[in-house]
Write a protein that binds this ligand. Structure first.
Ligand code: C2E
Ligand code: MG
Ligand code: MG
Ligand code: MG
Length: 277
């Protein structure tokens, strides 16, 4: 009987894998046309300085699929990375974020996520240059968020790419710090403008002494190198006050503001983000 059940389980497992594979193919196929069909849009989440002012917004891509509805980036970005449509998506996000930010009344920073694959592409600086030129956004207002994934392949290449980007006058943040292949040598060797503490550490703050120890160490380390720290995923007042107490420079999370469309932001008086035109 056990044997029988086992076989059943295997069959179920295989058909679940088949199903998953079919799903992924369908998503891959639809993704190829998502940009052309205008199915992507950006939401923006505020980043607040410890002194209380809004310092910038992170652009987060959303895909409104005609049948599936809103597909979160965690579901389609990895698929796009494997299937090669990531370059098209990242280029669109970069252009759109620069265009929209250039229309904001306040000259705030806009942070754009760049996937590791995109970062390794030779012409990222050319794309960034083009987006800045066409949108008229001053380079000082653009920040690219990269993850530790960019360091795993060719370090010297990553360094060249980063230097080329820095030459343009934009800034670079290290996203999700502490979750990837973190190495202290990277943050020493790379000209980072900001370190973002991953929200998994923030989530456990106040419950785990160990998370507090990590957060404290990251802030100390970053500050020792002269790099400001932004904590992401702040949901409670307790997390916020611990982070302020530890000297964290900037905060981002549902407590401060959820990601919203530019239109939604314009309507919200608290965020004071109006377009000039
Ligand atoms: P990320 O860059 O670390 O973005 C932060 C994610 O945390 C966002 O999820 C945001 O909605 C979510 N978040 C913010 N505050 C809170 C909070 O207080 N609590 C919780 N539980 N979550 C919070 P989202 O928008 O689903 O994005 C997920 C990831 O997808 C991003 O992580 C980023 O790695 C990737 N991504 C998003 N947009 C883009 C893009 O335009 N290009 C690329 N290449 N990747 C993107
Ligand atoms: Mg990010
Ligand atoms: Mg992050
Ligand atoms: Mg994250």
């Amino acid at each position: 009987r056990a044997k029988h059940e086992g076989r059943g389980a295997i069959r179920l497992f295989t058909s679940a894998m088949d199903q998953q594979l079919r799903e992924r193919r369908a998503v891959e196929h639809d993704l190829r046309f998502a940009v052309e069909r205008g199915e992507l849009h950006l939401d923006y989440q505020p980043q607040r300085h410890r002194d209380g002012h809004i310092s910038g917004y992170e652009a987060l891509v959303r895909w409104r699929h005609p049948v599936r509805g809103i597909v979160p980036p965690a579901e389609f970005i990895p698929v796009a990375e494997r299937s090669g449509s990531i370059a098209q998506i990242d280029d669109w996000v970069l252009m759109e974020a620069c265009r929209q930010a250039a229309s904001w009344a306040e000259p705030l920073r806009v942070a754009v996520n760049v996937s590791a694959a995109q970062f390794r592409r030779d012409n990222l600086d050319v794309q960034v240059c083009k987006a800045l030129r066409e949108s008229g956004l001053p380079p000082s207002r653009l920040e690219l968020e990269i993850t530790e994934g960019v360091f795993i392949e060719d370090i010297s290449r990553a360094k060249r790419a980063m230097q080329a980007l820095k030459q343009l006058g934009i800034s670079i943040a290290l996203d999700d710090f502490g979750t990837g292949y973190s190495s202290l040598s990277y943050i020493e060797a790379f000209p980072l403008d900001r370190i973002k503490i991953d929200r998994s550490f923030v989530a456990r703050l106040g419950q785990s002494e160990r998370s507090l120890a990590i957060v404290r160490a990251v802030i100390g380390l970053a500050h020792g190198l002269g790099v400001p720290v932004l904590a992401e995923g702040i949901e409670t007042d307790a997390q916020m006050s611990l982070l302020l107490q530890e000297g964290c420079d900037e905060m981002q999370g549902y407590l401060i503001g959820r990601p919203r469309s530019q239109t939604g932001l314009k309507k919200s008086k608290t965020l004071q983000l109006r377009a000039v035109s």
